[in-house]
Design a protein around this ligand. Structure first.
Ligand code: ATP
Length: 372
């Protein structure tokens, strides 16, 4: 491992385990940088998600951290040591691959013991069994990987990675091989195991619900840069840009004329999450809209469609030619064609204007827009 002569500033902040500094990478044939001056930290014991659409540079970032790619610029610092030029096997970083990369001809126990090669055989087996117990699979030690479910195989891969006692674990789309039913259970399980092991991890995913449920913090990536970074609650509830608002879930984008803490909108005056002035684009999540009987009210919206979702109801509404989405309690029942009064139950979030947001509501067309 290459060590800098001096301790890096990150080493002085006890909580920071991994720091990525101004990391950039461009491939021959790509028009611009795939990873563009990326800067973030992962704290000790933290589960950190890199979330973003396909092609935004998540996997390349992970490969740069792992050492499978060389950056054009920037640094990767782990536990105060600059590892930018260190070979992958000397970085102290564990990786759980998307396909788990288990040896098909080795038993589950031998797969895990493989991570401990170089140690006496007896110790390897004891340690491997300990990690299999940790992930709840000691009973499956003698089986071959193909005799396990996808979720179990992932746990074996995690046990093998943790057995090597890495400084940090990288997980690339860890749930993509699992069917929908297994995913929800498995992601909670994975989070529980990482927390129980006290291991820091970076999770790469394009699935916002995975990032929201598993991570302590999320970095939302777009075009190789971080659009927004924060806790799941913060990025979901207070998106800073239209892209963040739309990527994290359904939202209503509404144009307003702001004057301090309030804006005039198609919904009437709405409270804002921060003071603003002039034309603003606002985000209101469907669950932040309240619906009430609008009979006889001139400002009522009309129900276009209702979707029954078991625990709640999802409405598509028309208000002065603009479509709004609303998610309500299962008891708030309106029929298509019904007039409804729509009011926000939370302050609307003022979005920052970016050049990329040109068009539609962001151009101040006064057209409320609901993300599909
Ligand atoms: P996905 O979720 O689809 O895996 P991603 O966000 O992980 O996407 P990357 O795999 O990092 O994105 O790829 C980012 C961009 O870099 C893509 O346009 C991809 O085609 C390009 N790219 C990745 N690796 C290489 C390479 N070795 N050579 C050339 N281009 C590459």
């Amino acid at each position: 491992m290459r060590m800098t002569g001096m301790m890096s500033p990150e080493a002085l902040i006890p909580d920071v385990l991994l720091a990525v500094r101004e990391l950039s990478k461009r491939f021959a044939g790509t028009p611009g940088p795939v990873v563009d001056a990326l800067d973030f930290e992962v704290c000790r014991g933290e589960i950190f998600a890199l979330l973003g659409p396909s092609g935004c540079g998540k996997t390349t970032t992970l490969r740069l951290i792992a050492g499978f790619e060389r950056p054009d610029r920037g640094q990767v610092i782990l536990a105060g040591n600059d590892i930018t030029a260190a070979p992958p096997e000397r970085r102290g970083i564990g990786i759980v691959f998307q396909d788990y990369a288990l040896f098909p001809h080795l038993s589950v126990l031998d797969n895990v013991a493989f991570a401990l090669r170089g140690r006496p055989r007896k110790i390897r087996r004891q340690q491997a069994l300990k990690w299999l117990e940790f992930v709840g699979l000691a009973d499956c030690a003698k089986r071959l990987p193909h005799a396990l479910s996808g979720g179990q195989q992932q746990r074996v891969a995690l046990a093998r990675t943790l057995a090597a006692e890495p400084g940090i674990v990288l997980l690339d789309e860890p749930f993509s091989n699992l069917d929908t039913a297994l995913r929800e259970a498995t992601r909670m399980e994975l989070r529980g195991l990482l927390k129980a092991a006290g291991t820091s991890a970076i999770l790469v995913t394009h699935d916002q619900s995975e990032a929201l449920s598993v991570a302590d913090r999320i970095a939302l990536m777009r075009h190789g840069s971080i659009e927004q970074i924060g806790t799941p609650e913060a990025v979901y509830r207070t998106p800073r840009t239209r892209f963040a608002a739309e990527f994290l879930g359904n939202t209503n984008l509404i144009t307003g004329e702001a004057a301090g803490p309030v804006a005039t909108t198609v919904l009437g005056p709405v409270r804002l999450n921060e003071r603003a002035a002039g034309t603003v684009i606002l985000s209101l999540r469907p669950e932040h809209l309240n619906l009430a009987d609008g009979r006889g009210h001139p400002a009522a919206a009309t129900v276009l469609a209702r979707e029954f979702r078991g625990h709640d109801l999802f409405y598509r509404l028309d208000l002065s030619g603009q479509t709004l989405l609303a998610l309500t309690d299962y008891r708030v029942v309106f029929e298509p064609g019904d007039p409804v009064l729509v009011s926000p139950r939370e302050p609307a979030v003022v979005l920052r204007r970016l050049k990329e947001d040109a068009g539609g509501a962001a151009e101040g067309s006064h057209q409320a827009r609901a993300a599909e």
